[in-house]
Design a protein. Structure first.
Lengths: 494, 285
């Protein structure tokens, strides 16, 4: 047991799990302010005191980026708040973001020893607390970079994969340049995740901390258009490239009526609201149109973000239409719960088949059919089967499709020799190396749609591989990392 | 930030802007466009690149002040900066050797057609250019296009200059003539491109149009610019902007492009109060 936590395990187990301070559901459904303001100092210290400080801290294994959770909680207990967040930052350079958007309940907290009998330690909330406290008290100290290398690395995409890879490589002493296609940094953290889950000041703050490491960021720069990957090597003098361009291309269901006015991809809808701030129209120029009734199709986190955003834009009815049951929804439990609290109407076991229009070519309704669950399919979830004759119409004036995204094809199409899968993802080995020497990739570009933290994990693994690759090059070793690694590990498709 | 280094008013609502954007200047090809955002609170709109200068690191845009953002742009002068310019986006026009080609530009679309027509000429085609507009003062680039065209024809709706009538009237004459027109490139307002397409369909003449759809990012991310081409959903930004006219569902695109007309008005009035941007047409310096 640590010296700072005087409580015996039995006493620690008596402390209830501390809850975040949240805006009341009905009120928050009308504003874009953050839903949760996290733990205050008192609650955070109580929560930290619940940690059993296990000899074998399984929570660390549960973390995709292996944050030393036990140590950071011990530092919190010792009231070394800057120390705590720096401990997190050793493994994860975006703690204020991960503390907010990580699905801790299926990662670190899922394996927490305390969670076997009681509620697990609120690791995510503690992570967020440490990061927020550091920011509020201005405790940030940039890490000391001891080595410096002349080699330049290009990071394509400023989402969670790219930013993490950039930060890790900058800490190792490399010259890092990030290229972002949009006018603002953050990728999906900027255009996808709404402000009520991730305030933009937090994202801006984390970005500034990465810039403080010496990372240079070019916005308005589309790799594959403004410059190609080969030009980055041949003309710009980069020695390695990391691709983290995400999965930004929306997919549509392919049902009749998708070209009607009032039909949005979740990407367009969220980009208008989050990146372009359409919710502040007309102070901001980008418009968005929201009907009295809105339907969002899908059951993932993006669908939850879109449907909760609809409410905040003034929809009286915000329906979430999903073809399976609540149990099969891929969204985080917390997001589903928040959506329910805020008044989202869940229309489950229902499949949209046709979008109806009014005389102005605007959406007027969505024709659906009811489904029942059959045998499990290849995803392990029970397959929904249509019930004959169950068709009915839900009147809506806005329809948002949140049924998944795929990688943007621009880079693949302009980079000869870059191997891709049938799904359009870039194929990688275990070390995030692609089929092209010096090009590494990760995040949704290789996964096809996953979480922020898995993208960060990829960025981190890639940073180690790039370091190893460039170290070998510096030492004049003519080794082709990808091939070497492939030989060692067997090529594994993403 | 992207500085305006040159500005020339071509007509009361039409101006040419030369903008410092060295990376884009190096890579742009005929048919490419940029997305611009004039100010921090502005929206992103697509504009076709008319010309570029690698040495000076500039690109040229010709813009008609018809919407909120283009009117805002019209208030910017030499030395002013545009917050964001990104590109070159979209697929460049495939420049092929057809033989005799009719290039049809309507209104500000003539500016977008200009680099394509010139590239087609350089590829050995004979170019017959039709420049159409509502009225005389909106006819642009007559001299520039005339310099390389084998024939240049002007039409105005009101008959104030050139032939009174529509570009399609002139195009029909060319198609009926002995010139043996093998391909048609048409850029202008959607109803014009639709009319051109309907006409050339009856002649079976290959026709290309450049579609200006509503876009947010311009890189395939939002899907706002989706158009139906040959019965399939395409994104104008990454699959186009140029398509085989005979396969395009123009009516659907015309409807989609009207989606925000009412909000555009609100936004313009707001801009007028806030930034003194004129709402009335013709209010550009």
């Amino acid at each position: 047991m640590s010296a700072v936590n005087p409580l015996k395990p039995s006493e620690r187990m008596k402390i209830p799990r501390q809850e975040s301070i949240e805006q009341e559901a009905k009120k928050r459904a009308q504003n874009f302010l953050e839903v949760s303001s996290g733990l205050d100092l008192e609650r955070a210290l109580l929560e930290a005191a619940r940690c059993l400080e296990c000899k074998n801290p399984v929570c660390i294994e549960g973390c995709p980026v292996s944050i030393d959770i036990r140590s950071f909680i011990q530092l919190l207990m010792a009231k070394d708040y800057a120390g705590a967040v720096n401990k997190i930052r050793e493994a994860n350079y975006l703690p204020a973001i991960c503390g907010r958007v990580c699905p801790q309940e299926s990662q670190c907290e899922a394996v927490c020893t305390l969670g076997k009998k009681l509620n697990p330690v609120a690791i995510g909330k503690l992570e967020r607390f440490a990061a927020d406290y550091e920011m509020q008290r201005n405790l940030f100290q940039p890490p000391v970079i001891t080595e410096h290398h002349e080699q330049k690395i290009a990071i394509v995409g400023s989402g969670p994969a790219g930013l993490t890879c950039a930060a890790e490589l900058a800490k190792l002493g490399y010259k890092v340049t990030v290229f972002e296609a949009l006018h603002a940094v953050g990728g999906v953290l900027r255009y996808g995740i709404p402000e009520f889950r991730l305030p933009r000041e937090i994202l801006d703050m984390e970005t500034e901390r990465i810039k403080a490491l010496g990372v240079e960021i070019y916005t308005n720069f589309v790799i594959g258009r403004t410059a190609t990957i080969d030009e980055l090597f041949d003309e710009w003098g980069f020695s390695a490239v990391f691709l983290g361009t995400g999965a930004g291309t929306p997919t549509f269901m392919g049902i009749p009526g998708e070209s009607l006015s009032g039909v949005y991809s979740a990407n367009e809808f969220l980009t208008r609201v989050n990146l372009m701030k359409a919710y502040k129209f007309p102070d901001f120029d980008t418009p968005i149109k929201i009907g009295e009734s809105v339907a969002v199709i899908g059951g993932g986190n993006t669908a939850m973000d879109a449907v909760r955003t609809s409410l905040r834009l003034g929809a009286k009815h915000a329906y979430l239409i999903y073809r399976r049951s609540r149990q099969e929804m891929p969204a985080r439990e917390e997001e589903i719960h928040h959506a329910e609290q805020e008044g989202v109407e869940f229309v489950l076991l229902t499949n949209p088949i046709r979008i109806l229009a009014d005389s102005n070519n605007w959406v007027s309704g969505i024709e659906c059919q009811r489904m029942e669950l059959g045998e499990p399919d290849e995803s392990g979830r029970r397959k929904p089967i249509a019930i004959k004759g169950s068709e009915y119409v839900i009147p809506v004036q806005t329809l948002i499709e949140a049924i998944g995204q795929k990688p943007n094809p621009i880079i693949q199409a302009t980079t000869p020799g870059l191997e891709t899968s049938k799904r359009g993802t870039v194929v990688i080995n275990d070390f995030q190396g692609t089929s092209r020497e010096g090009i590494f990739a990760g995040g949704d570009l290789t996964r096809g749609g996953a979480t922020v933290i898995l993208a960060m994990r990829d960025g981190k693994i890639a940073s180690s591989a790039i370091h190893e690759y460039l170290t070998a090059k510096r030492n004049g070793k003519s080794h082709r990392l990808a091939e070497k690694l492939n030989a060692e590990t067997g090529f594994k498709a993403g | 930030m992207f500085q305006i280094v040159e500005k020339e008013v071509l007509a009361p609502t039409l101006a040419k802007y030369v903008i410092k954007a060295p990376f884009i200047a190096r890579k742009r090809k005929p048919g490419n466009f940029v997305i611009i955002r004039v100010i921090d609170t502005g929206e992103r709109i697509p504009l076709t690149i008319v010309d570029g200068d690698v040495k000076n690191g500039t690109i040229t845009l010709i813009v008609q002040a018809i919407g909120k953002t283009t009117k805002l742009l019209a208030t910017k002068e030499v030395g002013d900066e545009i917050t964001d310019v990104v590109g070159p986006l979209g697929n460049p026009t495939p420049i092929e050797h057809h033989g005799a080609v009719a290039c049809v530009g309507g209104g500000v679309g003539t500016a977008e057609l200009f680099p394509i027509a010139r590239a087609l000429k350089d590829a050995g085609n004979s170019i017959y250019s039709i420049i159409g507009a509502r009225t005389k003062e909106l006819i642009i680039l007559e001299r520039e296009i005339g310099e390389f065209s084998d024939g240049t024809y002007i039409t105005t709706d009101d008959g104030s200059y050139g032939r009174k009538g529509f570009v399609t009237d002139q195009l029909k004459d060319l198609l009926d003539s002995k010139l043996n027109i093998k391909a048609v490139y048409a850029i202008g307002p959607l109803p014009m491109m639709k009319a051109v397409s309907n006409l050339t369909k009856t002649y079976g003449t290959k026709t290309y149009v450049s579609l200006n759809a509503i876009m947010v990012d311009g890189t395939g991310m939002c899907g706002g610019c989706r158009v139906t081409v040959g019965g399939q959903m395409k994104f104008a930004c990454v699959d186009g902007p140029e398509f085989d006219a005979h396969l395009v569902d123009f009516d659907e695109l015309i409807m989609r492009n009207r989606s925000y007309i009412d909000l555009e008005k609100i936004s313009e009035e707001h801009n007028c109060k806030l930034r003194g941007v004129e709402v009335a047409e013709g209010g550009v310096k």
